[in-house]
Design a protein around this ligand. Structure first.
Ligand code: NAD
Length: 429
């Protein structure tokens, strides 16, 4: 019953409720920030600077987007006029991962409810806290009952039930590529709309003519933010041969300075790994890298901090070189504080290596040569390219990956239209 009611609610009213949700996220910022930090292990300052403000902004962005839309019309010579008509898909499923819990959960929910859909949403079972708090906020903000239904539970049970339910018409999923394939297998025979945001193994490409200091500062962030547990982290660093040694020593020196430990401390740069299984997975990849002939230049070990976090899961930020680009360490997603560095001689060799994985989510390019920047950006097989920056986000831009990094794009009107059926109406003149 919630669906026809919500889809018939005027955009202005839907917008007002969503803006109320945004302002209540703002007023509960401290509580949400602490919950995210304790649940996920990310540094408190990061949750405060990025995760929770972005959750607020997701609601604001889509709440206001629906107030400024126009439909397209196509005139067919002098014979007909076509106009495009949008209707919400219906009840949709949103399934999200643990790495940016509230940030990614709301990145799906906000466009869905803005478009007039009702949502069955499942946060990761690993990080459920802020999704629970969001349910309180939505109630207090006056979101009608049934518009957003947050269901907690394990992926194969609850996530699978959402995927298979015949009344759920679209699934927006962010998570691992394997899980995405499983969801696609179940959803395809019943022709559910699917948006899949999956894994990455992103190249960070550093040319000799880059602004070295800016590159170094940002490369520390793109390598180790959120303990490397961001799908957009640049885990394969490719450095032009002539500055390889200079980069290696400067980077390793900076990495060794990063403080690993209690996520509640303001000077912590690398917090906890999200769970024991994930901690063990990352360490197993470091072992694999050694077996594959890699040299550990920095890190490589688990850390046991003193005090409150002594039984937590911490890993030193780790830098490895000496590996062939084709080896498993360089081809599989590790999703932790582990990067490899590899030198390249020319663009041809670089593109061969950069494009060699099954993934194609994002890439970063560092150069002051504009033509080269565009040329390489056009030739790297990734859906999102940053030139001389990283994770600089504009919520209007299409967000998503190529190859096994996903299907479809989120962000802006792409996201709103995913949650809509698009109809063409042709009128003969
Ligand atoms: P995951 O695939 O294990 O889980 C993601 C979500 O799917 C969770 O809510 C989980 O409960 C659910 N799930 C698990 N099995 C399911 C099933 N059979 N049916 C339906 N739902 C199921 O991923 P994760 O470990 O939580 O997250 C890490 C992964 O997410 C990494 O691969 C990372 O690259 C990816 N990621 C991608 C993006 C992106 O935008 N492309 C963003 C963040 C994370």
């Amino acid at each position: 019953m919630a669906f026809p009611g919500w889809s018939a609610t005027p955009a202005e009213k839907r917008s007002q409720i969503m803006l109320k949700i945004a302002s209540m996220i703002e007023s509960r910022m401290t509580e949400l920030t602490e919950a995210e930090c304790l649940d996920n292990g990310k540094p408190l300052w990061l949750a405060r600077a990025v995760d929770i403000p972005r959750a607020r902004d997701n609601f604001k962005f889509f709440a206001t987007a629906i107030l400024h839309e126009a439909n397209e019309a196509h005139q067919t010579d002098h014979t007909a006029i076509n106009y495009t008509y949008y209707t919400p898909v219906g009840v949709v499923g949103c399934i999200s991962p643990w790495n940016l819990p509230l940030y990614l959960f709301t990145w799906k929910i906000a466009p869905a409810i803005a478009a007039g859909c009702c949502v069955v949403a499942k946060p990761s079972e690993v990080t459920p806290m802020t999704a629970y708090l969001l349910s309180e906020i939505c109630k207090d903000a006056g979101l009608p009952a049934g518009v957003l239904n947050i269901v907690h539970g394990l992926g194969p049970k609850v996530g699978n039930a959402i995927t298979e339910h015949p009344d759920i018409k679209a699934i927006s999923f962010t998570g691992g590529t394997k899980t995405g394939a499983e969801i696609a297998r179940k959803a395809a025979p019943v022709f559910k709309k699917l948006s899949l945001e999956l894994g990455g193994k992103n190249p960070n490409i550093i040319f000799a003519d880059c602004d070295f200091d800016a590159m170094l500062k940002t490369t520390i962030q793109s390598s180790f933010s959120n303990q490397g547990q961001i799908c957009l982290c640049g885990s394969r660093i490719f450095v032009e041969e002539s500055i390889y040694e200079k980069f290696k020593s400067a980077f390793v020196e900076r990495v060794k300075e990063l403080k690993v430990g209690d996520p509640l401390l303001e000077d912590t740069r690398v917090g906890a790994i999200v769970s024991k299984p994930h901690f063990e997975k990352i360490l197993s990849y470091i072992e694999l890298a050694k077996e594959e002939g890699g040299t550990i230049l920095a890190g490589g070990n688990a850390v046991v901090p003193e005090g409150r976090c002594s039984n937590g899961y911490f890993i030193e930020p780790t830098v490895i070189d000496g590996l062939p680009y084709t080896c498993r360490t360089n081809q599989e997603e590790i999703f932790g504080p582990v990067v490899t560095i590899t030198s390249f001689k020319n663009e041809e060799e670089l593109l061969e290596m950069a494009n060699s994985t099954m993934y194609g989510l994002s890439a970063t390019i560092w150069t002051t040569n504009l033509q080269k920047a565009h040329r390489v950006a056009h030739n790297v097989h990734s859906g999102i390219i940053w030139i001389n920056c990283w994770l600089l986000r504009d919520l209007r831009t299409p967000f998503g990956g190529m190859k096994s990094s996903g299907v479809g794009r989120e962000g802006g009107f792409e996201a709103l239209n995913f949650f809509r059926e698009i109809k063409n109406i042709c009128i003969k003149l």
